[in-house]
Structures are given as structure tokens and as C-alpha cells.
Design a protein around this ligand. Structure first.
Ligand SMILES: *Cc1c(COP(=O)(O)O)cnc(C)c1O
Length: 544
């Protein structure tokens, strides 16, 4: 049996081999390994075929429900993966892929990820993660300091304390938000007299004990859907997430927030948490966090800031002021797998008060014993990989000033792209970038001129046609495979708050050049020009 043809027979001997003997460098997998460590982007560009196969076609490649009875050679299987999976993947690290928060990674994370997988530490408990546990606590300490900037003695006291947690590391922003609201719920409905707390006795008894009609989470209408998932699993229900209207910059309307708090108080519904968004997923705007903190204080409720995407801006001394007030939050969510250029599966939440996580503490007999430093006693997830190592390595290798350069160039590139859009009379900028995210759409100049004076009925009719055109351009561009912007539907003030379809761009990849941005607009124009049907119906409607 050759080294690159291993394990096609399920004998104990071949199975021992797959645990012990690595792939030879000239095997298929060995060659891929060498290639991706030298030039990942080159490999991906070559292996991902741009032609867009419809999903229904790809599904046919993944239709088999039998677990194979016949083992496969590693090299044969690698060919299978290249053919069916990798070739049909999405090239998220391409500099022209500017549609989502998932982007390119620094090269060193590839070999480090391999090492992390090889070490296979389980962060749930010290017994399977010595060294990784203190490392994760340090990462949480660094991110806590980035947000709250307490003194040395604070971190000395709490970073490695068994009874405290500066935060919780998890798989992403969703779990981070759930964890924050879980802490908020349990601290609000805590043990009191005979009542043993919501964690022990459930929501029904908790509401009875405290005499509330219900509890609510307040967030702007731009809040992330993960908050509704949180409300669902925390037993308070999705309808208890109350959407507050936003101003023309997609920021929460403070007056409306305050009025809602008052009304809920009258209705005997306790506000469990006010959630500020620092970098909304759709438009990238930041809520007025200082004002929100003051309201949360007045109504005695937890103040959470969802900075899953925008939180990394704190690494920039030049732009961190855009998030001012974040230090007033009781908890803050930050995703390292978004603007910190770490592979997916790295989110975290930090808590201002290191004792607040006691409300979700959980113990078991064989691990997570009382007084142990097992991270699992304060996390929603159980078994967890050592992803904190990726954040740790990135913070050291890139360093804060390095991150600052990356963050600054993204913000400034977004401003540049906004001016390109504004200068071109066939485009309309819908939301100006506050961080490095913006929305816009293609509107031929003649149509823009007409829209400026159109009555409500005409405006509605034209915007409907424009939505179709936006969708057509976005889909065609994606299918062409050269570049990618995403699309979303947001209320636009200018069009009487009508939900309007727009292109959405997130600028993160440092290799996205000004030329690429211009090319993307040019391509969109070309696509629009090929769509005679859309353009003609638009022109007809303005001439009618
Ligand atoms: C991305 C995002 C989330 C969810 O994070 P995941 O890592 O996808 O679970 C939550 N809130 C905001 C504002 C986000 O941008």
C-alpha cells in the first residue's frame, strides 16, 4: 500500500495508520497542504470555480443518506472534496468579496488552527485544557480592558479568580448575546426569601414571586435577530423583544425608548434589558450609548451592548470615540471572527461586574466542582475548542496599533466608496458609512431626477421597479462570480419609510483596492444596461 493510498480497507491496521502516519508530501492531501500554506488565496482562486451552479444542483451531490460501508482512500476522498465541495464553495477571502462580514484571514492562522485541532484541548474544564484555560481568561481580560479599562489591580484580582469571570468566550455573537441576557434575566429574577431564583424555579414562579406581568428586552428595529432567539430560549418569548423606532441614521430614537420604558412600567412589565447596538448588521450604525445607559440606570435594568461586528473599532485610538458610552454597559458582545480577522467560531461577551456571572453558575460532580477554575461553570456551551488561542495569537502578532491600521483603513475605504457612489449620478447612497459598512443602489440619473419631485404614488411605483432592478443586478453580479455585494431591505426615510431593497457592502479585506471598488460599480452599471426590460419599464413609468 502506498502512503498516499491509505485506509481503503477497514482493518485495525489501516485504522492505526490514520492515527499515526501523516500524509506523504506527494499525496493529494499533502500537496494541498503545501499549496495552501504557501498561497491560500491562489489555491482558493484556482479551486473555486466561479460558475454559479444552482443550489438545487449542488444538493444532488449531497443526497446520499447511507453512511458508507466501503472505506475510501484519503487521496480519493480528497479529490471528491475538491470536486464536490471546495469547487462550489464561496471565495469569502477574495478582495472583491465585499458583501458580508466574513472576509480574509492572515496566513498564520492556518497552521495555528491545525495545531489547535491537533492539541484538541477542551476548554470546558482544566483537566483537558491546562494552559488554555488561563490563556482564555487572559484574552477575556484584554478584551474587558479594551472596553472598560479598569486598573491593573482590578485585572490582577479578577482575571484568574475562581469565583469571578470577566466574560465568556463562545462560538459567536449569538451565543454571546444569549449569555449576556441569561445573566441579565437571572440577576433580575434572583433568589429572594423563599424563592430560589429563576434558574432553579423557572420563569412562571419568578414572575409570580416578583409580581410582574412579564419582562421585556428593548432594542432598536435594527437589532440583530439573535436577540429574539435569546428571548425564545430564555422563556420570555420573542414578542417580549420590543422594537424601538430609529432616526434617519438608523439609531434608536431615545424619546421613543424612554416612552416605552414608562409605558411598560405602567403595565407592570419589567424591562429586563435595554440593548444598544454598536454597529448594526444591516447599516453599520451606532446607537447613542451614553443616553441609553442613562435610561437603563433610571429604570434599573441591565444595559447590554451588542458590538458583535463594531466592537473591534475600540482597537483604533482614532475611531474608538464612535463607540463612546460602551464602557457604561453591564455587558458587551464582541465577535473576534468579524473585524478581528480570526476564523469563525470566536465570539465573546465581557461583563463590567466580574461577579455578575455567578447568576448562571453551574456545578457538576465530576467536573466544574465548586471553587474550581473550570470555564464550563460559566458558559452556555459545554465542550469547546481552544479558539481563544487564535485571538491571543492575533492580538500579539498584529498588536493593537496593527489592528488600528486595519480598522482605520476599512473606515476610510468605506468613506471613499461612499464618495465614489455619490459622484456617480447613476447611483444613490442610501446609508452613509459610520464605520465600514454602507448601503446604496443603482438608480439611473433620469429616474433620480424624476423621483426628487414625484408624488407618493409615483414614488411607490418607481421604487417597486427599482427593487426588481437591484435584485437583478445583485444576483447577476454574484452569478458572474467576479465580485460580490449583498442585499438587504431597509426602511428609507426619504421614501416615507418604505422598506427598500439596497446593496450592502462591508469593507474589511485590506486587499480590497480602490480600483476594485470602481470595477464593482462599473460591473453593476453594465449589468443594469443589459437589463433592457427593467430599464424600459422604469423609463416608461417616468414618462407616463
Ligand atoms: C453578527 C452579529 C451577531 C451574531 O453573531 P454570530 O457570530 O453570527 O452568531 C449579533 N449581533 C450583531 C450586531 C452582529 O453583527
Amino acid at each position: 500500500m502506498t502512503t498516499n493510498k491509505r485506509a481503503a480497507e477497514a482493518t485495525l491496521e489501516t485504522l492505526h495508520q490514520i492515527f499515526t502516519i501523516p500524509e506523504a508530501p506527494d499525496s493529494t492531501l499533502g500537496r494541498i497542504e503545501a499549496e495552501i500554506s504557501q498561497n491560500l488565496n491562489g489555491f482558493l482562486a484556482k479551486s473555486i470555480v466561479a460558475t454559479e451552479k444552482p443550489l438545487s444542483e449542488i444538493e444532488k451531490d449531497f443526497a446520499q443518506s447511507h453512511i458508507p460501508e466501503q472505506p475510501q482512500y484519503v487521496s480519493d476522498h480528497t479529490h471528491h472534496l475538491l470536486d464536490k465541495l471546495i469547487s462550489q464553495s464561496v471565495h469569502t477571502s477574495a478582495p472583491s468579496f465585499i458583501g458580508h462580514m466574513t472576509s480574509a484571514l492572515p496566513y498564520f492562522l492556518l497552521p495555528l488552527s491545525k495545531l489547535m485541532t491537533g492539541l484538541n484541548q477542551n476548554l470546558v474544564k482544566i483537566e483537558t485544557s491546562k494552559a488554555f484555560t488561563p490563556l482564555e481568561r487572559q484574552v477575556l481580560g484584554m478584551m474587558h480592558r479594551l472596553v472598560y479599562n479598569q486598573g491593573d489591580s482590578f485585572y490582577h484580582e479578577f482575571m484568574h479568580s475562581a469565583d469571578h469571570s470577566l466574560g465568556a468566550f463562545c462560538s459567536g455573537g449569538t451565543v454571546a448575546n444569549i449569555t449576556a441576557l441569561w445573566v441579565a434575566r437571572n440577576n433580575l429574577l434572583k433568589a429572594d426569601g423563599d424563592f430560589k431564583g429563576v434558574a432553579q424555579q423557572g420563569l412562571h414562579k419568578a414572575l409570580q414571586h416578583y409580581g410582574y406581568q412579564g419582562v421585556a428586552i428593548l432594542v432598536s428595529e435594527r437589532g440583530h435577530y439573535s436577540l429574539k432567539k435569546a428571548a425564545d430560549i430564555l422563556g420570555i418569548g420573542r414578542e417580549s423583544v420590543i422594537s424601538i423606532t430609529t432616526d434617519s441614521h438608523n439609531r434608536i430614537d431615545i424619546e421613543a425608548l424612554e416612552q416605552t420604558c414608562q409605558q411598560l412600567e405602567k403595565d407592570n412589565i419589567k424591562v429586563m434589558s435595554i440593548v444598544g447596538v454598536a454597529g448594526t448588521t444591516e447599516t453599520g450604525n451606532v446607537d447613542p450609548l451614553v443616553d441609553m445607559a442613562a435610561i437603563a440606570k433610571r429604570f434599573g435594568c441591565h444595559f447590554h451592548v451588542d458590538a458583535a461586528w463594531g466592537g473591534a473599532t475600540l482597537l483604533s485610538n482614532k475611531y474608538r470615540h464612535l463607540l463612546s458610552g460602551i464602557e457604561l454597559a453591564d455587558s458587551v458582545t464582541i465577535d473576534a471572527h468579524k473585524q478581528m480577522y480570526v476564523p469563525m467560531g470566536a465570539g465573546l461577551v465581557v461583563f463590567k461586574n466580574p461577579a455578575s456571572v455567578a447568576s448562571i453558575e453551574h456545578h457538576a460532580e465530576y467536573i466544574l466542582r465548586r471553587g474550581s477554575k473550570d470555564l464550563g461553570s460559566h458558559t452556555l456551551e459545554g465542550s469547546r475548542p481552544g479558539m481563544a488561542m487564535m485571538v491571543y495569537a492575533s492580538l500579539h502578532i498584529i498588536s493593537r496599533p496593527g489592528y488600528e491600521l486595519l480598522i482605520n483603513q476599512s473606515i476610510e475605504k468605506a468613506k471613499y466608496f461612499a464618495t465614489l457612489i455619490e459622484q456617480d449620478r447613476d447611483f444613490e447612497l442610501i446609508s452613509e458609512p459610520e464605520l465600514c459598512l454602507l448601503t446604496y443602489r443603482y438608480v439611473p440619473q433620469a429616474v433620480q431626477t424624476f423621483l426628487a419631485t414625484a408624488d407618493q404614488q409615483q414614488s411607490l411605483q418607481i421604487n417597486k421597479l427599482l427593487d426588481k432592478l437591484t435584485k437583478f443586478i445583485q444576483k447577476s453580479q454574484r452569478e458572474n462570480g467576479k465580485s460580490f455585494v449583498s442585499r438587504t431591505r431597509i426602511e428609507v426615510d426619504k421614501y416615507n419609510g418604505r422598506k427598500t431593497l439596497v446593496f450592502r457592502v462591508v469593507l474589511a479585506n485590506p486587499l480590497t483596492s480602490k480600483e476594485i471598488l470602481q470595477d464593482i460599480l462599473d460591473e453593476q452599471k453594465q449589468i443594469a444596461a443589459t437589463s433592457l426590460q427593467h430599464i424600459q419599464s422604469l423609463l416608461q413609468s417616468i414618462n407616463a
